[in-house]
Design a protein around this ligand. Sequence first.
Ligand SMILES: NC(=O)C1=CN([C@@H]2O[C@H](COP(=O)(O)OP(=O)(O)OC[C@H]3O[C@@H](n4cnc5c(N)ncnc54)[C@H](O)[C@@H]3O)[C@@H](O)[C@H]2O)C=CC1
Ligand SMILES: O=C(O)C(=O)COP(=O)(O)O
Length: 607
Amino acid sequence: MAWSLADRAVRRSAAARRPAAGRRCCARVEAVYATHRPTVLVTEKLGDAGLDRLRLTCNVETAYGMTQEQLCAKVSLVDALIVRSGTKVTRAVFEASHGRLKVVGRAGMGVDNVDLAAATEAGCLVVNAPTANTVAAAEHGIALLCAMARNIPQADACMKGGRWERGAYVGTSLTGKTIAVYGFGKVGSEVSRRARGLGLSVVAYDPYASAEKAAAQGVQLVTFDEALQVADFHTLHMPLTPGTKGLFSDSAFARMKRGARIINVARGGVIDEAALLRALESKQVAQAALDVFLDEPPTFDNHPLIHRPDVICTPHLGASTTEAQEGVALEVVEAVVDALAGNLSVNAVNAPMVPAEILRELQPYIVLAEGLGRAAVGLVSNSSSGSAAGGGGPHGGSGPHGGKGGFGDIAITYSSPRGDDLDTRLLRAMVIKGVLEETTTSKVNLVNADLLARNRGLRITEVSIRAGGDGAAEVLTSMSVALGTADSKFSGAVDRTNRIYVEGRVVGGTPFLTKIGNFDVELAVQGSVMLTRQRDQPGIVGGVGMLLSRDSVNISFMTVSRTAKDGEAIMAIGIDSEPSAATLEEITRVKGVIEVTIFKEVVPPQR
Ligand SMILES: NC(=O)C1=CN([C@@H]2O[C@H](COP(=O)(O)OP(=O)(O)OC[C@H]3O[C@@H](n4cnc5c(N)ncnc54)[C@H](O)[C@@H]3O)[C@@H](O)[C@H]2O)C=CC1
Ligand SMILES: O=C(O)C(=O)COP(=O)(O)O
């Protein structure tokens, strides 16, 4: 079988263009496997049904518990790897494969053990199994909640030690209490459903969740602070991202009710383990139930948390039910088999999606579309971008986790000489990617973007307006993204219809943001930008510039635009580094300045 990335991309996009490609796809899969039997290495225990399915078309080798060196020695002999969370698929593994490894299948949801950048560089597709273990993880969360509240593991250990100590293990009731669910995605919403059945009131903190979807489940979306303050139990179900790393810190624990209890079935890094230890020692937190740890497996000798009587632990068992393992095995094997035949599966995590020539034509518009999505979500009141207003740092009271957020509508408008003939799927997918990608463990691509948006309860509407000009020469004259029902951290970004509004265009091959809210701007969709809204009066450019220079913040560009003379103006300042919270605070006090915000990395630098 001859392999090339471009070849695979062409076949994928052809498949993606045909909604009813399913049967033809299967025929192609069979044809490919008739001439070649790829070798697949399975490095962790996989459900039998999946292994049996794999053996129909592939040579299957199983080798559990390999060291990195053993894996590196073996990987150049295989076409695909199937792993769970226990195998680290590092850059060294991709390098050692010398280009033979075509697909990595993750039999589960989180792909934080796979170096995705290295995989993409190596032209290796990564696929996962994002749905089959959802219920198992939710059930494990509930199991830990009950076991912790009633001291089940401690009482069991006591009886096995030959002691009958009824007085030592008085528990706490669930009925009538409040549980805060952090991350209202697939697992979080299943946990909420079950918690309500146990008589708990449920609030959820998820800045990207749809308030309607939550309300339909009887769950109230609240701010991070409200969740911390109102709940008796806290259960974590968000991905580990730069925005959630160490989110449960000294400051978060201090804002909880005294004697709160916490459960983590998400990822160890979301909790600052040293801070949790301090909170347990001071009894601010009464108990913790942990399935996941910063380092897995953790070092057992003298581990500060594992040996404590107020902590119960399981060794990352969230997905470990027979049913879930059979499910993820089948889900991942289907994706791997399909990918080995060169097709794009909806479970693709890092797929290159379209043929090179189409990509070349669309490239600046793709960057623009993703940039508009990222810019719009970066302006939501509690997105992961920084906010000057509160000066409260990344997780401070009125910082990115301050508001309630929640948006249901994304309206995309294309103004193009091609009018309705413009194929907007890739552009729409890139807007969705820009909006969602920072907020989920799922990787958004052409195939899965609409599905992911739908699962989030997002409504996407598109309008194509036929513009003048030459459709062969120009793909788009301009494009805009409006987020409905979202609170903005920067009220200047809200248009007359009360939506967060951003508009852009490509000029000379470079994508620019040309409108924010009702203000015309002109800023390249690259790097980080500080926005200020101010009264149109002298002294502001100098005042703000002086404060930035005093903080050694280099300015890459600066544009000012106003609605009318003596009215209001927006200033966009490209910044090479972030000003300190103190400088931002001072900028808000410059005479005439009304509000300030920063949005980071509208498009990551190496696009
Ligand atoms: N312990 C285990 O064995 C298992 C663990 N997991 C983990 O559980 C977590 C959730 O998985 P799914 O529900 O399938 O993912 P998902 O992508 O469906 O949901 C994640 C949710 O977190 C939200 N979120 C993102 N950033 C946030 C932030 N800063 N604050 C609050 N919420 C935020 C997202 O908006 C999304 O709704 C993942 O970390 C996954 O790896 C999943 C399965 C098994
Ligand atoms: O699917 C996930 O994200 C999990 O954490 C499950 O991990 P595992 O497959 O049990 O190693």
